[in-house]
Design a protein around this ligand. Structure first.
Ligand code: AMZ
Length: 279
């Protein structure tokens, strides 16, 4: 990969991500307040067979194709002011290994901000490989349930760079492209990673994802209050009201929000979302 990020890892920590290591100490509340209180808006690029898509409820048979040039989409989000991107290798999540690697590399090449990547990352070698290629944060879902020791080990080795996805159907953790639903609750899984050095939890309400039903703010806030790890909300964002609602809960530990379909359908303006998130 060309570019200056080759073999240079992002330094992600409390100075660059407001809540990455928990809320600021009280005596710091007067300083860097804006940074600490800013909700991160992550525009999403979901990849299926090299194309930019959105699924409904994670169902590969209900995909809407929004483009065939993921790198160009990343540039468009950057032009609107995005500092972060959330990228999902959907084929990878089902296959258990990276499938859309070339598209991800193209995004890394074109996007100067930070990229959070998930889907099919299940072993240390893959984690290290993506971080070396310039990914700022790796998202791990399935392996967090099936192999928590691996997640704890990579979180210790890569502080600030590991995000645990807690994808939930009716409050129960779903894995393997959300095809499997476990008997483990969201809070139970999240608690297994308390004090493990995990940068954030990504909470997706699968039943809302891609359906523009509005974000499950209550469940997101409940999770953020139940653990000390910052929580990123995902699934169902329909418009600016969701961003406003979540921005009011940064103090509870809600660190960010992922939005896809609302942006692609023109219901949410990214620049406006970023502005509202910064209040
Ligand atoms: O839409 C889906 N079916 C889907 C999806 N978006 N399945 C998994 N994922 C995302 C998770 C997480 O970011 O939200 O893939 C990541 C987890 O992948 P894995 O392979 O670690 O479970």
């Amino acid at each position: 990969m060309e570019g200056q990020r080759r073999n240079r890892r992002w330094r992600v920590g409390p100075s660059t991500i407001g809540y990455a290591n928990g809320p600021p100490p009280r005596d710091k509340l007067g300083e860097d307040l804006e940074e600490y209180m800013t909700l991160i808006v992550f525009p999403a690029i979901d990849l299926k067979a090299g194309q930019v898509v959105r699924l409904a409820e994670g169902d590969m048979n209900r995909a809407t194709i929004y483009g065939d040039n993921p790198a160009k989409q990343a540039s468009a989000f950057a032009a609107a002011g995005a500092e972060w991107l959330h990228v999902v290798d959907l084929d990878g999540a089902f296959a258990g290994k990276s499938v859309n690697g070339a598209a991800v590399a193209g995004i890394l090449e074109r996007f100067d901000g930070k990229v959070q990547l998930g889907g099919g990352i299940r072993n240390q070698e893959n984690v290290e490989r993506w971080l070396d290629l310039g990914v700022a944060r790796v998202v791990i879902g399935t392996a967090a349930l099936e192999n928590p020791e691996f997640v704890r080990a990579v979180a210790i080795d890569n502080p600030g760079s590991i995000v645990v996805a807690v994808d939930a159907r009716d409050g129960m953790v779903a894995t393997r492209g959300w095809a499997d639903v476990s008997s483990v609750s969201v809070v139970e899984l999240a608690k297994r990673f308390e004090h493990a050095g995990v940068a954030a939890l990504l909470f997706t309400d699968v039943g809302r994802d891609g359906l523009l039903k509005g974000c499950n703010v209550d469940a997101t806030v409940a999770l953020a209050r139940a653990v000390s790890i910052p929580v990123i909300a995902s699934g169902g964002v329909a418009g600016i009201a969701d961003i406003e609602a979540l921005a009011g809960h940064v103090g509870d530990g809600v660190e960010g929000v992922i939005t896809g379909r609302a942006l692609y359908d023109g219901r949410l303006d990214l620049h406006e979302a970023l502005t509202v998130a910064r209040r």
